[in-house]
Write a protein that binds this ligand. Structure first.
Ligand code: NDP
Ligand code: HSE
Length: 476
C-alpha cells in the first residue's frame, strides 16, 4: 500500500481512508473479455470504488500478450504491457484474468509470496492446483479470492464461505455451465438433436469454436471441485470429480423426459455420503474422531429433474446453484454465469472486499480445508436411473427384462412403452413380425454397481436390441 505524495482533494462520499490519500496499486493480468470490463469499471467508477474500499484503486497496468491487438473496450493504450512480472512486482493487489495454467500460476504465486493479495476467476487453475495457491496465501498472510471462478456474476463463493459457515451444507446441485444449459434448453424447446443445437449455439457465440471443455462437462467439473471444497471444508481437485458431458443426450431422451414430466440438465453434484463401514483414508480434523463417518461424492452428469424442481426453471445460458443445508434448508442462487461485464462484477466485489481487509490489516483466512474427508466413488452413491431400451415387441419380453432388474435388487418405479410402426393391418391379426418397442424404465434409488450389472445383463437378453440411454435422475 502506498501513500500519495500529493493527497487528493477530499471528495463527497469518500470514507476517511480514501480522504487521507491512501492508494492501492492494482495490477491487471489479462485484458480480454473479463479483464477489459474490470479495467473499465476501475477507471469509470474510481470515485465510488474509493468510497467503498477506503482507498483509491490505482490501475497500474494491464498485462496482455499483444499490446497492439484491437480491443472492444476503449482504454488508455499506455496501460497495456507485456511485462506481467514487472506489474506483479509493483502491486498491492493483483487481478489474474489470463486464464489457463501457466503463466497465470507463476504470477499468482509470485504475488502471494510478496504478500500481495490476488483476485482471480481462474477455475481451471484453482480446481487443479488450488491447494498450492491457498497454502502460499496463508503462509504469507495474503488473500486469494475467486468469486468469479464459479457461476460468473452469481454470489456463491462468499455465501458458502461466510454466510453459511455456521451451518452444515449437505448437498450442492449446480447448473454451472451456461453453454450446456443453453444447448439442453434449446433441445427441450425445439426437439432438435444435440449436434444441430451445438452448431446454432456456436453461430450465436454461446459456444466456443472448440466446445470440448463445456460439452464434455470439464468446465462444470472444475467448478464442482471448487464448490465441494468450500461446502465441505475439505480438499477436492478436478481429478476427484467423475464427469460425463452432454454429447450423448439425444432428442429421444429429451422427448421421453418431457413425457414423464421431467427435464434434462447438466448438473454438478457435490454431497456428503454416509460411510457404511467406518474406515478409509483421511480423518476428521474438526473433531476428536479420527475416522470419518462420511465422505464426499462429486460428480457432473446429465440429470433428469422433475419440471417442478427450481433448477428446471433455469433457461438459456443462465446458471443457478441449489444448496441444501441442515439449518438454512434449501437455498437457490441464480443469475448470469458468464460474460465480460457480469463476471467483472464478481471480480470487483472481491477487489473491494480485499482492499478493505488490506486497509484494516487483517487478511481473511484463505484456506478453507479444515479436515480431510474421503472422496467416495460411485459405488457408495445411490441414485434413481432412467434406462431406455429397444426391444422386440413380443409376448414375455417385459417380464424377462423386469426379472433382470429384480435379480440385481433394482426396484422399478415407472415403465413407459412406445411401439414403433403401424398398427396390425387387419383388426385382430397378430403383431407384424419384427416390430420393435421402446421401453423406458425409471428406477428407485440403486447403487451404480447394481445398475451397471443390471444393464450388462439386460444387454445380453436376446430380445433386447439395444440399450439406448442410461440417465441419472434427482428428485423424481
Ligand atoms: P480471454 O481469453 O478473453 O482473455 C485473456 C487475456 O489474457 C487476454 O487479454 C490475453 O492477452 C491475456 N493473456 C493470456 N495469456 C497471456 C500471457 N501468457 N501473457 C500475457 N497476457 C496473456 O479470457 P476471459 O477474459 O474470457 O477469461 C479470463 C479468466 O476468467 C479465465 O480464467 C476464465 O476461465 C475466467 N472466467 C471467464 C468468464 C467469461 O465469461 N469469459 C466467466 C467466468 C470466469 P491478449 O488480449 O493480448 O491475447
Ligand atoms: N464456458 C463457460 C460457460 C463460461 O459456458 O458457462 C465460463 O465459465
Amino acid at each position: 500500500m502506498t501513500e500519495t505524495s500529493e493527497a487528493p482533494q477530499p471528495q463527497a462520499g469518500l470514507e476517511p481512508g480514501a480522504e487521507a490519500g491512501r492508494v492501492l496499486k492494482v495490477a491487471l493480468l489479462g485484458g480480454g473479455t473479463v479483464g477489459s470490463q474490470v479495467a473499465r469499471i476501475l477507471l469509470d467508477d474510481a470515485e465510488a470504488l474509493a468510497a467503498r474500499a477506503g482507498a483509491r484503486l490505482e490501475l497500474v497496468g494491464i498485462a496482455v500478450r499483444n499490446v497492439d491487438a484491437p480491443r472492444d473496450v476503449e482504454l488508455p493504450r499506455g496501460l497495456y504491457t507485456t511485462d506481467a512480472e514487472g506489474l506483479v512486482d509493483s502491486a498491492d493487489l493483483v487481478i489474474e484474468l489470463m486464464g489457463g495454467m501457466e503463466p497465470a500460476r507463476t504470477h499468482i504465486l509470485a504475488a502471494l509470496r510478496r504478500g500481495a493479495s490476488v483476485v482471480t476467476g481462474n477455475k481451471a487453475l484453482l480446481a487443479q492446483d488450488g491447494a498450492t495457491l491457498f497454502d502460499e496465501a496463508d503462509a504469507n498472510g495474503a488473500e486469494l479470492n475467486f468469486e468469479a471462478a464459479v457461476a460468473g456474476a452469481i454470489p456463491i463463493i462468499r455465501p458458502i464461505r461466510e454466510s453459511l459457515s455456521g451451518d452444515r451444507i449437505t448437498r450442492v446441485l449446480g447448473i454451472v455451465n451456461g453453454t450446456t444449459n443453453f444447448i439442453l434448453d434449446a433441445m427441450d424447446t425445439t426437439g432438435a438433436q444435440f449436434a444441430d443445437v451445438l452448431a446454432e449455439a456456436q453461430r450465436l457465440g454461446y459456444a466456443e469454436a472448440d466446445p470440448t471443455a463445456d460439452v464434455e462437462g470439464l468446465d462444470a467439473a472444475a467448478k464442482a471441485a471448487i464448490l465441494a471444497s468450500l461446502a465441505f471444508h475439505t480438499r477436492v481437485s478436478l481429478d476427484d470429480v467423475r464427469c460425463e458431458g452432454i454429447t450423448k443426450v439425444s432428442a429421444a431422451d429429451i422427448a421421453a423426459a418431457q413425457d414423464a414430466g421431467l427435464t434434462i440438465k447438466l448438473l454438478a453434484i457435490a454431497e456428503l455420503v454416509p460411510l457404511e463401514a467406518a474406515g478409509g483414508p483421511g480423518g476428521d480434523l474438526d473433531g476428536a474422531a479420527a475416522v470419518p463417518r462420511e465422505g464426499v461424492s462429486v460428480r457432473v452428469h446429465p440429470t433428469l429433474l422433475p419440471r417442478t424442481h427450481p433448477l428446471a426453471a433455469v433457461r438459456g445460458a443462465y446458471n443457478a446453484v441449489f444448496i441444501e443445508a441442515e439449518n438454512a434448508g434449501s437455498l437457490m442462487f441464480y443469475g448470469a454465469g458468464a460474460g465480460g461485464a457480469p463476471t467483472a462484477s464478481a471480480i470487483m466485489g472481491d477487489v473491494v472486499t480485499t482492499a478493505r481487509r488490506l486497509l484494516a490489516g487483517s487478511p481473511g483466512r484463505t484456506g478453507t480445508a479444515t479436515r480431510t474427508l474421503p472422496l467416495v466413488g460411485p459405488e457408495a452413491v445411490t441414485t434413481s436411473y432412467s434406462i431406455g431400451l429397444e426391444v422386440a415387441d413380443q409376448p414375455g419380453v417385459l417380464a424377462r427384462v423386469a426379472a433382470v432388474f429384480a435379480e440385481h435388487g433394482v426396484s422399478i418405479e415407472t415403465m413407459r412403452q412406445r411401439i414403433d410402426g403401424a398398427e396390425p393391418a387387419v383388426e385382430g391379426a397378430g403383431r407384424p413380425e419384427g416390430r420393435r418397442a421402446e421401453l423406458r424404465f425409471v428406477t428407485h434409488r440403486a447403487s451404480e454397481a447394481a445398475l451397471a450389472a443390471t444393464v450388462a445383463d439386460i444387454k445380453n437378453l436376446d430380445v433386447v436390441e439395444s440399450v439406448t440411454s442410461v440417465l441419472r435422475a434427482e428428485g423424481v
